[in-house]
Design a protein around this ligand. Structure first.
Ligand code: GLN
Length: 556
């Protein structure tokens, strides 16, 4: 990984805070805008962190449906958080903690627990000041020891759920010197039918912000193209900020280009000036340039990777998509992800995997789609297509091998089939009791010991790796002996837990019980993804002359 510049700023002065709100509608990419600004400040030598505020009542994202909310992102400390934290980790190159995701559930739970314990000494416990104080405390604690902390408030200004947070930010700003806090409002600037940029939605949303007592210092207009100078003037006039404080954030082909776009707009310089940090910042010519180099590598090749899953929603597998991109950057390759419905594969093979250069079977919970995933793995194994199985994908690779190579008919994971004659994947015996008491998930970073002279060893170039987990089931120790003979080997273990599997004689067949996708970063791709894309490129090259890599059908 490129070496990061030393922090220049004297942290004893306390953190600076960027509060980011969104207007008009959600899904504008305010998180990416915020993370991109953070990246530039990092490039300029500052230590940057972030806090994502999710105004929902869930305590964390652990139980949330990926189809509604996108993937559950897992932090090093085991926190199950909103996928936006993944963006912050990837853009800022940092590892965050669970307390960098503030939810209404967490805040209220804490305050109510304190109330029950009598900590409020008989006072009436209220949203203001008790909830707002707790929010402010959480923000300060998360920012501790860093130079700049970006606080993104999820949702849109005006949502009832977000009100206590905006009030907390208002108070926060009141308590801090002006140069320590910057409010950024990200809004939509749509086009009218006759191709004119319209500022009215922005004006309305800023009016809403101001009615809560907040005045944006910076407005970022999300639009298909750059904002016209007249558009900027108009926003400045009606929203009461200087024209220089209005920035464009046009559509780009890749989110990783957003830092480059906001840099061109001069957003970072404006922020540094506001924070009175311009002098401590590294001069532009000394700022790190690795980001630009990594994300703008010329794409000379392309490969297609099939993602065989349950939800046809990119956000539900966001970290996998990003990890593939990171690996692609290294090879100058465009990685095209082809969605394959696991359920459809189970109904009968219909050529869905004929033209792909690699197959990923991602993580998941529950029965739906598992037979299709098993079919995809069988196809990858029999047709020598590069394969990466992640968590459930790893477990299904074990099931597939047990059924079709070891001849253990009806083998399955006990999660999917309690009656299976061969529960090759099961709860570990020592976990049974804990499970009966309500269940525990194995979460967060754990060490895997890697066997030398294996594919895993080659990829990690080490005898161990630290990766993040989120699972309950494991390879059943009762079947270790059945699996003892090659070609399948468990090349990574943690005590009696099998963590990595690979297949001797196959161009690339790797399964991991953990989720390597959570620690992949631009410029620092995850080794299993790097290996998959490399193998896929080799396959693509070998098959350029023929139409498809195989004509044979998977037998059922
Ligand atoms: N459902 C499986 C388990 O609990 C796999 C989990 C996952 O893929 N994240 O072990």
């Amino acid at each position: 990984m490129p070496t990061e510049p030393d922090t220049q700023y004297d942290s004893s002065l306390g953190s600076k805070f960027i509060f980011v709100t969104g207007g008009v509608m959600s899904g504008l990419g305010k998180g990416i805008t915020a993370a991109s600004t953070g990246r530039l400040l990092k490039n300029a030598g500052f230590d940057v962190t972030a806090v994502k505020v999710d105004p929902y009542l869930n305590v964390d994202a652990g139980t949330m449906n990926p189809y509604q909310h996108g993937e559950v992102y897992v932090l090093k400390d085991g926190g199950e958080v909103d996928l936006d934290l993944g963006n912050y980790e990837r853009f800022l190159g940092i590892d965050m903690h669970s307390d960098h995701n503030i939810t209404t559930g967490k805040t209220y739970q804490h305050v109510i627990e304190k109330e029950r314990a009598g900590d409020y000494l008989g006072k009436t416990v209220q949203i203001i000041p008790h909830i707002t104080d707790d929010i402010k405390r959480r923000i300060r604690e998360a920012a501790e020891g860093t130079d700049v902390c970006i606080v993104e408030v999820g949702g849109t200004v005006g949502d009832i759920e977000g009100m206590p947070y905006l009030e907390a930010l208002r108070q926060f700003a009141h308590e801090e010197p002006e140069e320590n806090v910057l409010f950024v409002h990200v809004t939509l600037v749509p086009y009218s039918k006759n191709g004119e940029q319209k500022t009215k939605p922005t004006q309305h949303s800023v009016k809403e912000v101001r009615s809560i007592g907040l005045q944006p210092d910076v407005i970022v207009g999300r639009s298909e193209t750059q904002l016209e100078p007249e558009t900027k003037d108009k926003i400045a006039l009606f929203c009461d900020i200087p024209t220089e404080a209005v920035f464009s954030n046009p559509d780009v082909e890749d989110v990783y280009h957003v830092p480059l776009v906001v840099e061109e707009e001069g957003l970072d310089e404006y922020v540094l000036e506001h924070f009175e940090l311009a002098e401590q910042a590294l001069p532009p010519e000394e700022r790190t340039r690795e980001w630009r180099e990594v994300v703008t590598t010329e794409k000379r090749d392309d490969v297609t990777i099939a993602l065989v899953g349950k939800y046809d929603l990119e956000d539900a597998y966001m970290s996998i998509h990003e990890s593939l991109k990171h690996a692609g950057f290294e090879f100058g390759a465009d990685v095209d992800v082809e969605w394959v419905f696991a359920d459809e594969l189970a109904e009968g093979y219909d050529g869905q995997l004929d033209d792909v250069d690699g197959i990923i079977v991602p993580g998941g919970f529950g029965m739906r789609g598992t037979e299709g995933k098993i079919e995809a793995i069988r196809y990858a194994r029999e047709h020598e297509i590069p394969f990466l199985g992640l968590c459930l994908g790893f477990q299904m690779a074990v099931v597939e091998y047990a059924r079709h190579v070891l001849g253990l008919e009806g083998a399955h994971s006990a999660e999917m089939d309690e009656e299976t004659p061969h529960p090759v994947i099961d709860i570990l015996p020592e976990q049974y009791e804990v499970e009966n008491l309500g269940g525990t998930m194995r979460l967060g970073e754990h060490t895997t010991v890697i066997e030398p002279e294996t594919l895993a060893y080659e990829l990690y170039d080490d005898t161990s790796c630290q990766e993040r987990h989120r699972h309950r089931y494991e390879v059943n120790p009762e079947y270790f002996e059945a699996f003892a003979d090659e070609p399948l080997t468990f090349s990574g273990t943690a005590g009696n837990r099998m963590e990595i599997l690979e297949l001797e004689g196959h161009p690339f067949f790797l399964g991991t019980q953990y989720h390597p996708e959570y620690s992949s970063r631009p410029g620092e791709p995850s080794p299993p993804f790097f290996g998959l894309v490399e193998a896929a490129l080799e396959l693509a090259e070998a098959t350029t002359d023929s139409d498809t890599h195989t004509q044979t059908e998977v037998s059922h």
